[in-house]
Ligand binder design. Sequence first.
Ligand code: 5GP
Ligand code: ZN
Length: 134
Amino acid sequence: MGLAESSQGLPSLYNRGASPSLMKCLFCDIIAGKKPSRKVYEDDKVYVFEDIRPQAPTHVLIVPKRHIVDVMHAAPEDADIIGYSHLIAAKIARERGIEDGYRTVYNVGPNAGQSVFHLHLHLLGGRAFRWPPG
Ligand code: 5GP
Ligand code: ZN
């Protein structure tokens, strides 16, 4: 990023990477508290909140605070957060009493139904799931 760009007064989070999608990221706004969400859990690495259109009695999104587009665009240094998100899912599953059967999903790309391009792990539970998934 050049000096001209950095002097435009944009928040630093949205400057970084200089990609148009990063500059208008819904989940970055939710993490920053600029858009409301029903928070479930937060630490220095992830922000977890209730999905606005739940597909199961438990449906939460585990979102890295660092902007990563999806698993396909993840770098080797993102491996920890991808694995860590599953440990947070297991913790929430235990807390919700759904550890007897839950599903974790990363939708990647339009054919898989990805609609928000900031990495997020879905945790779904509280009902039976079919296999193969639809
Ligand atoms: P994807 O389709 O990318 O795998 O998942 C995106 C998820 O984000 C969807 O399940 C959708 O319901 C959820 N979602 C989209 N917009 C919002 C929002 O503004 N707030 C919350 N809490 N969830 C959202
Ligand atoms: Zn983002």
